[in-house]
Design a protein around this ligand. Structure first.
Ligand code: LLP
Length: 412
């Protein structure tokens, strides 16, 4: 459910006409719905109400400060993967004890900053990283709370680029090495092993892989207890998918119930790291058709957004539903929707049936709130888009459109 809907043939974001927004703020334009963000967060978080839990929004999905602030006000913690994301989370007012730090390659300075901030825990992905954290914590005279990211070797049945919990992936430690890592951690002076962690992939559309991974983790939990290591936190990562097209991922309530059934009664605080399921359908991207052209095989809509603005179609072959900002009811045509960038891989949709579209009209790409703006770049020296948050009838400029000066600001 989201709050983008047509009223008399014109798309609205909550109480505001998207046509008006494009007139005032230009295109390409990201528009987020505050009510949708809040609703998605509540739906997900309340699905785990029966358990002691903390929902940490995965900052990489949508890192805008205003978005993070809005979620923090709803009670969200944050899952971060870099010093930059730590900086954003703290700046947005997130309590450090609600921050978990994941990622395979944390640098020394990043570890130091996270220790200074007093985050809840590091999700450690290698023994070498454990040693580094112990060393940095020792120099600071603090004890670092850690969990190990366990790679349970489960196939999440999603795109290979976003599968993370299989033996061939770079993430985490396999079960056997995890065991050794906990034994080692328990002996280190500046480390306290407090949790277990796992994240098997993103855009999962069935519950089974999550349950399979959880079973392996719970077995492992028993083994740890056997050697006297009692952990307090079980971090199950993110990964719940959303409908972009015809997918039918489980509803968060169903997801929460299925996991809770296995976790009830255990003396563990459960941590969840959802990104896409909160942000994905809470945002749209709007673009203007600059030109149309046809050749004997194709009809092209050349739009002012490109792969630098929304890379998912080019990178993963992802599908984003496309519609008109103002419906004209013309007969359908089949189009390639392409951007101005000098690469054939620069497309937003291929062979897409849309109502007939004319030059100057605006299109909306749905499900752009997660991994949309955060993956955008300045390729072809294109300024990154403006981000707006619509909250009922209020419009907040969450990020101004970049200027050419912004782009070259750090260059000699
Ligand atoms: N936790 C960890 C450790 C992660 O690596 C991720 C995502 C999440 C949580 C959040 O996963 P989510 O709930 O959003 O599925 N750029 C790709 C997605 C990459 C996901 C990376 N990790 C895309 O556009 O589909």
């Amino acid at each position: 459910m989201h709050h983008f809907e047509y009223r008399d043939g014109v798309l609205f974001a909550e109480e505001v006409s998207v046509t008006k927004l494009t007139e005032n703020y230009g295109t390409p334009l990201y528009i987020y719905s505050a009510a949708t963000f809040r609703r998605h967060f509540k739906a997900f978080d309340s699905a785990f109400d029966g358990l002691d839990h903390l929902t940490c929004f995965s900052v990489k999905a949508n890192s805008n400060l205003s978005v993070l602030r809005m979620l923090a006000e709803e009670g969200a913690g944050m899952d971060i993967v870099s010093g930059g994301e730590l900086y954003r989370a703290l700046k947005a007012g997130v309590a450090p004890e609600k921050i978990v730090y994941s990622g395979v390659g944390k640098r020394e300075s990043e570890i130091r900053d996270a220790l200074s901030a007093g985050i809840l825990m590091f999700n450690v992905e290698s023994v070498a990283e454990l040693i580094k954290i112990d060393e940095v914590a020792g120099l600071k005279g603090v004890k670092a709370q850690v969990s190990f990211r366990i790679n349970p070797d489960v196939d999440p049945q999603t795109h290979p680029y976003i599968s993370t919990g299989m033996a061939k992936n770079k993430f985490g430690l396999d079960i056997e090495n995890s065991f050794k890592a906990y034994e080692m951690a328990a002996k280190l002076d500046n480390i306290e092993p407090v949790g277990m962690d796992c994240h098997i992939g993103s855009q999962l559309t069935s519950i089974e892989p999550f349950l399979e991974a959880l079973d392996k983790l719970l077995d492992f939990y028993e083994k740890l207890k056997g050697i006297g290591i009692k952990i307090k936190y079980l971090d199950l990562g993110g990964g719940l998918g959303i409908p972009y097209d015809e997918e039918q991922p489980p509803h968060p309530t169903e997801f929460g119930q299925a996991l809770s059934a296995k976790l009830k009664g255990l003396p563990l605080k459960v941590i969840l790291e959802p990104g896409r399921v909160i942000a994905g359908n809470a945002g749209i991207m709007v673009t203007k058709v600059l030109y149309t052209k046809s050749n004997p095989t194709k009809n092209f809509l050349i739009v002012d957004a490109a792969m630098n603005d929304l890379v998912r179609p080019s990178l993963y072959g992802s599908y984003h539903r496309i519609g008109e900002v103002e419906e004209h009811g013309r007969a359908p045509m089949v189009y390639d929707v392409v951007g101005p960038i000098c690469e054939s891989g620069d497309f937003l949709a291929r062979d897409r049936e849309l109502p007939g579209i004319k030059q100057g009209e605006r299109l909306v790409l749905y499900s752009a709130g997660a991994y949309g703006f955060t993956m955008s770049s300045n390729y072809n020296t294109r300024p990154r888009a403006c981000e707006l948050i619509v909250d009922d009838d209020k419009v907040i400029v969450a990020r101004k459109r970049e200027t050419y000066e912004d782009i070259v600001a750090n260059e000699l």
